[in-house]
Design a protein around this ligand. Sequence first.
Ligand SMILES: Cc1cc2nc3c(=O)[nH]c(=O)nc-3n(C[C@H](O)[C@H](O)[C@H](O)COP(=O)(O)OP(=O)(O)OC[C@H]3O[C@@H](n4cnc5c(N)ncnc54)[C@H](O)[C@@H]3O)c2cc1C
Length: 386
Amino acid sequence: MALDAESLTQFTETVARFVRERLIPAESAVSTEDHIPRELIASMGELGLFGMTLPERFGGLDLNASEEVKVVFELCYAAPAFRGYLGANNGLGGRAILVGGSEEQQATYLPRIASGEILTAFALTEPESGSDAAALKTKATRQADGSWLLSGRKTYITHADCADLFIVVARSDPSSIGGKGVSVFLVPGDTPGIMRGKPERKMGQQGTHVAELSFNDCALPATALLGVEGRGFELTMQGIDRSRLHMGAICVGVARRLIDEALHYALERKQFGKPIADFQLVQAMLADSQAEMAAARALVIESAARCDAGENISMEASCCKMFASEMVGRVADRAVQIFGGAGYMQDSVVERLYRDVRVFRIYEGTTQIQQVTIAKHMIRRASARP
Ligand SMILES: Cc1cc2nc3c(=O)[nH]c(=O)nc-3n(C[C@H](O)[C@H](O)[C@H](O)COP(=O)(O)OP(=O)(O)OC[C@H]3O[C@@H](n4cnc5c(N)ncnc54)[C@H](O)[C@@H]3O)c2cc1C
């Protein structure tokens, strides 16, 4: 259900205030301590941010794509680790249960996912299957009584160290290859046989953890299967367009912050007797960043509107993810340049954001995978024309 314009404005203003009053002041400590304080997580839950896109009947805000991206523009004015913390609940995790879950699975999990009581992790990537996600080897073996045994290894899984519920993609038909014969399972974090790795030491986004995960003959009831057996890859891919739009919106949010930080610094910092903002070569960097951010923002808003209108936006979603993640990388690089030596120092906000944004070109499909996807759709559309 779409919010009326006034309610949406009120909500985005509330998020913007929360970002400036609570999240930004906490950023530096979150980064140094690699930990988001409980009270901030609780406040994000109270605002409804864990269930932004889930239906109201499950306690979510039921935002459509256009509303979601506007909220994310505001939320990601803060360090992206905060958004990363609630990413799987809103994204591939929560939405997989919404799309593929039985009434019982939805009723059991979605209200607690929307409130943030349950933290989810979406486990697809494996040591030998990253971009080629359909090559996954984690095995789900059906037992005579209909239950399952899950075995395998997952890598780089956000929240693997702390999730309450894993949404695991595994091969349920041992004779299958590629995306066929793959199913999705709901695996509570306290299931015997789960081994959680230690959080990896990442380049950026401290506060949100990534770790390895292994399943050693984890016994799962028949009811752990999400959606249709053997159709798990399609189920996973159903959420991917919306998720890539969301990624585009994150990049726009962080880019706005970087531009504001760079502009503010350029107005304050004096060289040759005047603010560096007076130098046209510095102005060029600011102007390029502003124009590129505005282009990404417009692309995300337009693609979200088409998504809400029921159009197939697979190509557009990949364009958003690719263009916006590359854009924010350039914007972050220019911000460091504008800060000069101060931008290279670890106590500088732009140094931290520069590291934070690098991953946007890697996860949820690398830039190269987006290029392949975009071109595939272009060729398919051209071939379909009479
Ligand atoms: C911080 C972080 C959090 C993550 N969180 C999760 C998570 O919660 N759940 C999850 O399941 N996964 C997660 N991932 C994994 C992420 O989705 C993968 O890292 C990503 O899909 C890339 O896979 P890979 O790392 O194996 O790289 P590879 O697939 O090995 O790619 C290496 C390089 O080869 C290029 N390449 C690969 N195939 C092609 C091709 N066909 N054409 C052109 N170039 C190609 C890639 O673009 C890249 O440049 C996370 C990763 C990170 C870094």
